[in-house]
Design a binder for this molecule. Structure first.
Ligand code: FAD
Length: 249
């Protein structure tokens, strides 16, 4: 019987593993390696936090309801706490002029190997979870060729963007089977595809500091307005102003 099993060795799972007080734990991940998405964050440099205080940091996250959901977590462990944790544990960080925080090496691989090194528990990859059964005191976790019992379970399977990094959405099914309710999923921070794209010939060109308005067909009032760079792509639009508005679109 394990004290803790963490399903998912991404940013959250590895950070949890690095903070476990017990050595009697296990990380299970269905990919051949852990932290694949972490490696591509911040263009491979890993922008691991920001120097903004919690209230201004939160204004960058979705609706008021979504911010209220995140608030207790960010109050309990602030961006400053995260910064201090990495520095105290021995990973030097650097703060850019815009307040973004990176490892001093500007290499996401260093963050991944640092978290793995701090974690004292075994990590098993290629572990596809087939079921989780609640026990009287704990859980039974089955993979195709093994079964594990644990007193505590952390489900850290990520979302469902970039499935080739392992976050294929199967974690939602595991959570649902345990009785959690899942709100309907929508994409965010993504480029926008346009049907019969009239500006395909401009692909690769960008407009700096554009003023962008989004309208529902037939309505005069814009439901979203943003200022920022816009990039024309082969099937639509991208760039910071588009990425930040995409969840509303
Ligand atoms: C291109 C890109 C750039 C980004 N840049 C930044 C950045 O600079 N700064 C930042 O803060 N955030 C950034 N993000 C967001 C960040 O990567 C995610 O918020 C973060 O990785 C989420 O961590 P997670 O542990 O919840 O999920 P993930 O990192 O996705 O990890 C989930 C893990 O669970 C495993 N898993 C999933 N389902 C199962 C299952 N059924 N059984 C077993 N294992 C399973 C997966 O294999 C994976 O290893 C970026 C995202 C992308 C796509």
């Amino acid at each position: 019987m394990y004290d803790v099993i963490i399903i998912g060795g991404g940013a959250a799972g590895l950070f949890a593993a690095a903070n476990l007080k017990t050595h009697n734990g296990l990380v299970l991940d269905h990919c051949p390696e852990v932290g694949r998405k972490l490696l591509i964050t911040g263009s491979g440099q890993c922008n691991l936090t920001n120097t903004l205080p919690t209230d201004s940091f939160l204004t960058h996250f979705g609706s008021k309801q979504q911010r209220n959901f995140l608030l207790p977590a960010l109050q309990n462990f602030t961006t400053k706490n995260l910064y201090d944790w990495f520095e105290q544990q021995g990973l030097p960080l650097l703060v850019r002029e815009d307040g973004k925080v990176f490892p001093k090496s500007l290499d996401a691989r260093d963050v991944r190997s640092f978290l793995i090194r701090l974690s004292k528990v075994q990590i098993i990859t290629n572990a596809h979870i087939t079921s989780i059964t609640p026990l009287e005191q704990g859980f039974l976790i089955a993979t195709a060729n093994a079964a594990y019992e644990t007193r505590n379970l952390i489900l850290a399977t990520g979302g469902m963007s970039y499935p080739r990094t392992g976050s294929d959405g199967s974690g939602y099914e595991l959570a649902k089977a345990l009785g959690h309710s899942i709100v309907p999923l929508k994409p965010g921070l993504t480029a926008i595809s346009i049907t019969d794209h009239p500006f395909r010939h401009l692909a690769g060109n960008a407009v700096r500091d554009a003023f962008v308005s989004f309208y529902h067909s037939g309505e005069n009032a814009a439901y979203e307005q943003r200022r920022g760079d816009v990039l024309f792509t082969h099937d639509g639009l991208s760039g910071p102003a588009i990425l930040s508005s995409s969840r509303l679109v």
